[in-house]
Structure formats: structure tokens, C-alpha cells
Design a protein around this ligand. Structure first.
Ligand code: FUL
Length: 472
């Protein structure tokens, strides 16, 4: 005991987790029966006749999502009401009994095709909780039903980057109880879509713990394996954002040395922040003027993508079957706002010097190129430092740091300094870095920056460092 952190430092992501992490920011599209009934949770009794998007256009969705600067899209193929957006062979409760394209339409197909064409990754959301299906709550028969449906989704719609299994279940004490065959679901997904991460109720991507867009100050991707529990996710579902930001419901420290003391089994389980641009997950006309403002979206982005988590932002298409103009305009403005934040890259001609380099292939110059190489400190360097020379005096208000997570997550604390008249002045103090840490501060003018790594596990790495200034 006492060296848990060494064990934690050796945990690395799978290839699918690495690919997912690089997706950073992607869309959630909640669309289904609730869109037409103006509800958030349908009870599975609404007639398929109600599902009637009059102007459905998947390429319009994809365009809006791309314009928002997002790299993927996850579609609610089946929400809790059990209504399927594809022509499932196993139920009548689907688009095939709706007026949409005279019962011949397939929303999943059109959206997945449009994503492919536009170069967006495509993922599926499927709710295990099904309020329509009669076998729900009977054990094996429902598991067979669910796996049959999964198989349809996993085979007919091309490559998926994510399978999002929701933990929500509102049955309550006296409701139906379904024992889910999680392992059976997972092996099917692995066999048919080996590159897809299984999110939320699954082993690859961890729910950050609330739906308010808040992630931890120190979001570790390596956590004790007990946090990979679907029971834990289900118990916390629908509750936590009511008690946040006091933080009472959400465990705030999952991965520090203190938090992992006495634990001996660790997993790579990176966080995802899921949040809606509107108050609800589905489209409601009454919320047309209640979109989160650009400032709020920026804050969510910087505190998720910029704090070692991925961001899935929900944009719900409306009754016409398109993303509402209000949302698409907001997405466009948001992308432009992000571009402005990182408008001037001040480290284009920079040089770096490190107190140590593990060997010549781990040279510090690697932090400036886009290849998969990286800098790693030497094993006896107790407080590694990197000095960045920008070549001339430059104004900057952001430093973006990245660890080489392919070799794990090691940095626990760091400090940034800038050179002011020949003296180092402190600029920023941070904890974890992981895949990405965006450090924000009041703009300063200087030609040199120092990164000091104050505490780390094993051997610290950095794969990239960028110095930026916003455009007004
Ligand atoms: C929750 C669900 O109950 C909501 O309707 C929504 O789908 C959200 C993403 O997950 O658990």
C-alpha cells in the first residue's frame, strides 16, 4: 500500500478511447416521439401516427452541427418511450407505422448517411429502459429483444464511434424491474463495432455526474474501477444537477492520490459532459427563447474540452424535422466565438528547452509538432521545467497543454510563469492536464513562458503546448 499512484500511472487508454477523446466536441440530437408530443419522457402509449416530420432533412442537421465546430453526432434511435426511428423487425412501435414517408422512412439511415457524406462521426443513443415493449421487466425475453435491436443498429448503419447507453429508469419502487444483460450487450457491441466506445452505462466513457455542464476541477481519466458501475450511474441519474454546484451529490475527487488510497484496481475511464443547449433534451417551442447564451456555452466548453473531458452538446431538431433556425444561428455564432478565442497562435516560431529529456526521441521540440510524438522527462528529474522562447515579445491570454495520454495520465500539479523584465512571475496554477488543459489568464506581454511540473506520477509527458491570444 502507499504506491497506488504508481499503478494508476501505468493505466493507458484503448485505441477506441483515444480516438473518441480526439473527437472532443460533438452533438447529441434528441429527436423522436417526444418532439411531437411536446414531452421529455413519453410513456410509450402515444400513437405512431403522431410522428410526422414534414420537412425532415438530415443534411441540414449535419450542416448545422458542422457549422457549430463539432466533429460527430449521436442520435436518439430509441428513447425511453420505446419508439424506434428505424424499421426494426422486432416491434411495430416505429417509423414504419407513422405517416413519415408513408411508413417507409428510416431516420437512422438518413442521418448516418448524411454524417458519412459530410465527414462527421456517427453514434447511436439507445435507451435500455423501454416503456412500450411488453417484455420489459421479464428478464431474458427483453434482453433478447434489446440485443436484436442493437444488432440491427450495429450492422445497418456503417461505422459507429459511440454507443450511448442511458442509465435513466423512472420505474420507481413498485415499477417493472428489468435485469439487464450488460455483458451480453457489450460483447455484441465489441463484436459488431469494435471501434465504438460504450458510453455512460458502459466500460469506456464515464458520465461526468450531472446534466448541467459542470465537470470537476481535477478530472482524472484514471479512476478506481468501482466507478464503472451502472448501478451508481442509474442511482445518480436525474438527481445531481439539482444539488450542484454545491457538489453534494457528485463525488468531486475520483483520482487524486488521496482519493485512490487503498484501492488496487484502476481503469481508464475518461469523462464526458452531456448538456443541452435548451432547458430540455427534446424540442419544445416554449423554449425557443431559452437557449443557453454564448457566454454560458463558452464557459461549458472551456471547462469540459479544456479540462480533460469531452463535450456532447444537445441540439434537438424540431417538429419539421430540422434543426431550428434559432439553434443553428447560435451554433454558428458559437463556432465563430471559439475561433476568435484561439485566433492568434503565438507559439508558431517558438523554441523550447527542458531541464531533462528521457532520451533523444522524447525531445522537448516534439511539443510543437502535430505528430504523435511527445516530450518526456528523465526519471530522476524531480521538478521538470520547460522554458518556451516565443522569439519576440508577444501578447497572450491562453496556454493550451496536452499530456501524451497514450502513455497514461501523470501530471498532478503544474505552474505557469512568464518573464517580466528578467524575472519569472506566476501566471497560472493548475492540477491535472490529461488530454487537454486550457489555461486562461489576463493577457500579458512577454517573450518567455515557463512550465513547471510540481507533482506527477512516474514520468511526466507533454505532447503539445500552444500559446494563444483572442481576437476582440
Ligand atoms: C437522461 C434521459 O432521461 C434524458 O431524457 C436524456 O436522454 C439524457 C441525455 O439522459 O438520462
Amino acid at each position: 500500500m502507499g504506491d497506488e499512484w504508481l499503478k494508476a500511472a501505468s493505466v493507458v487508454p484503448s485505441k477506441r478511447q483515444l480516438d473518441w477523446q480526439k473527437t472532443e466536441f460533438y452533438a447529441f440530437c434528441h429527436f423522436g416521439m417526444n418532439t411531437f408530443t411536446d414531452r421529455e419522457w413519453g410513456d410509450g402509449t402515444d400513437s405512431p401516427e403522431l410522428f410526422n416530420p414534414t420537412d425532415f432533412d438530415a443534411s441540414q442537421w449535419v450542416q448545422a452541427v458542422k457549422n457549430g465546430g463539432m466533429k460527430g453526432l449521436v442520435l436518439t434511435c430509441k428513447h425511453h418511450d420505446g419508439f424506434c426511428l428505424w424499421q426494426s423487425e422486432y416491434t411495430d412501435y416505429s417509423v414504419k407505422n407513422s405517416p413519415f414517408k408513408n411508413g417507409k422512412g428510416d431516420i437512422v439511415k438518413e442521418v448516418s448517411d448524411a454524417c458519412k457524406e459530410a465527414g462527421l462521426k456517427f453514434g447511436i443513443y439507445v435507451s435500455p429502459w423501454d416503456r412500450h415493449e411488453k417484455t420489459y421487466g421479464t428478464g431474458a425475453p427483453y434482453n433478447t429483444y434489446f440485443k436484436n435491436q442493437l444488432e440491427e443498429l450495429l450492422t445497418n448503419y456503417g461505422e459507429l464511434f459511440c454507443v450511448w447507453l442511458d442509465g435513466a429508469c423512472g420505474e420507481g419502487e413498485n415499477g417493472k424491474k428489468q435485469e439487464y444483460d450488460w455483458q451480453g450487450y457489450y460483447s455484441l457491441i465489441r463484436r459488431l463495432q469494435p471501434n465504438a466506445v460504450i458510453s455512460i452505462c458502459g466500460p469506456d466513457v464515464r458520465w461526468c455526474g450531472n446534466e448541467a455542464g459542470i465537470c470537476r476541477k481535477s478530472e482524472w481519466s484514471v479512476v478506481p474501477s468501482e466507478f464503472c458501475s451502472n448501478l451508481y450511474t442509474a442511482e445518480h441519474s436525474q438527481k445531481s444537477d439539482t444539488v450542484l454546484p454545491s457538489g453534494k451529490e457528485m463525488v468531486l475527487d475520483l483520482g487524486s492520490r488521496k482519493a485512490i488510497k487503498g484501492k488496487d484496481d484502476f481503469i481508464w475511464y475518461p469523462a464526458e459532459v452531456d448538456v443541452s443547449i435548451r432547458p430540455g433534451w427534446f424540442y419544445h417551442e416554449s423554449e425557443d427563447y431559452k437557449l443557453k447564451g454564448l457566454k454560458k456555452l463558452e464557459e461549458i466548453y472551456l471547462n469540459s474540452v479544456g479540462a480533460n473531458a469531452n463535450l456532447i452538446l444537445n441540439i434537438p431538431p424540431d417538429k419539421t424535422g430540422q434543426i431550428n433556425k434559432i439553434d443553428s444561428l447560435e451554433l454558428d455564432s458559437f463556432r465563430r466565438r471559439l475561433e476568435k478565442l484561439f485566433y492568434y497562435c503565438q507559439s508558431g516560431n517558438a523554441h523550447a528547452f527542458a531541464t531533462s529529456e528521457n532520451d533523444s526521441s522524447d525531445a522537448v521540440k516534439n511539443i510543437f509538432d502535430s505528430a504523435d510524438n511527445y516530450w518526456q522527462c528523465d526519471s530522476d528529474d524531480e521538478m521538470p521545467e520547460i522554458v518556451i522562447d516565443l522569439g519576440e515579445q508577444k501578447v497572450f491570454d491562453k496556454v493550451v497543454l496536452a499530456e501524451n495520454i497514450a502513455t497514461g495520465q501523470q501530471i498532478e500539479k503544474f505552474t505557469l510563469f512568464f518573464d517580466k523584465g528578467g524575472k519569472w512571475k506566476r501566471l497560472f496554477k493548475g492540477t491535472v492536464i490529461g488530454y487537454k488543459r486550457i489555461c486562461l489568464f489576463k493577457a500579458v506581454k512577454s517573450s518567455k513562458i515557463k512550465i513547471q511540473i510540481n507533482s506527477f506520477r512516474g514520468k511526466a509527458t507533454l505532447s503539445s503546448v500552444g500559446v494563444y491570444m483572442s481576437k476582440d
